[in-house]
Write a protein that binds this ligand. Sequence first.
Ligand SMILES: [Zn+2]
Length: 474
Amino acid sequence: MIDLLIKNGAVITMDAKRTVIENCDVAIDKGKIVSIGVGLRLDAKKTLQANGCVVCPGFVNGHSHVYQSLIEGIGYDMHFDPWNWRFLFPVVSKVTQENAQAGAALAALEMIKNGVTTISDHWYLHTDMENINRVTEVFDQAGMRSQMVFGLLDQTFAGERIDSEYMTMIQSEDLLLKEAVRFFKKWHGTKRTTVALGPGSTEDISESLMIKTVQLAKELNINVSTHVAGWIEINSYTMRRFAERDLEHFQTLGLTGPHGVMFHAVWVSDREIDIIAKTGTKVVHCPIANSYLGYGIAPISQMLSRGITVGLGTDGAASYTYDMLEVGRTAGILQKATKLDAESVTAEQIMEMLTIQGAKVLGLDEEVGSLETGKKADVIVVEFNAPHLLPGGRWLPKLIYSARGSDVLHTIIEGQVIMENRKVLSMDENKVMADAIANREDLVLRAGQETRDLLAAPWPESGPAWRSIAKKLI
Ligand SMILES: [Zn+2]
């Protein structure tokens, strides 16, 4: 008697041969896939019928900052600088353990409902060193797989100086290294959680701490994951300070290599793409957040053609969504439009980035990212009986270009049915949403006048709403 049988789905396995099998069953026992095939005759404690559905690996969100889920919509249509200075800092510098927990729960709920089974969260908001533990507990209890990237910022936050009243999340080198080791020991390899180290960006971390971080990651044999060349100004900054471009500088410091994960990688030269390819460095592409903040579009079609491992991520509030299908579709469409080449990124490549390549970025591809016997059972079932998905035919292009996260019917993580018929079983959905509302109110109340002004900004006569109140903020 096995634990779970998913019957009669169109199974997109994402195995090495990229096998797709119609009317296929997936058998799961003790958290792992034990058999995949047509007409399996096995007794199961639980059976999910998947007729007319796609069954595929759960999606991997390779980069996020879930604390921002509580603050979406307060400041909007802003460039990176005002977005940080006027909107982000005044609110997030006040985040408490309870706020952190409520934000993570809201994000986890949204992700599970969108078929995300693995989340990599870059948590640097050490306003309280306990925050990251609370967030990791939320993911753990929600049943999600997570790679928690322990943030290290000892110098600035997005270029803001440490002497600002808002910089409550910046901590000293000694404390960060000590806490990173403590966090690693507590969580790495426990149940579904792994740990990585996460310098903020070149400007956020001192050279001394950066070098020690790389050394520590090597000792612990874990990823170092950081923002690289995301916004165009960072290259000028790095050039001015170190006479190198951003990714070149990371190469000099030893961050590149199979354990190096680069978020964004928008402003990379051909030479730097060459470095990424030759060193086996991984990239997480966040197309919606990059577009929304006016960062630009990462050259992922070149990266993919060089064999670079690229995953996809939402990043924080600048995505306004945790729907990875939306992220994947956007990644493809941006490349097609800007390269004037409909073939520049294919549906198959987008599916790879969403699943097996995303898992590879996090070093989890031996365990998850594809449906294969012996692998951990992170599986989603997507309902295709809907006007925007019918009539059928080839499943993959409709999944990638038409389906939405809300079409995910069941989410299964390590054999546990976390969502069944769109009802999340591992969380109290109403409580999570009520807590989110209460914590958002609490944060806004304590954030101060700038935030209240942003929320009260009137419909502008022209241009972005925040500008109509900007004079008062300077
Ligand atoms: Zn980010």
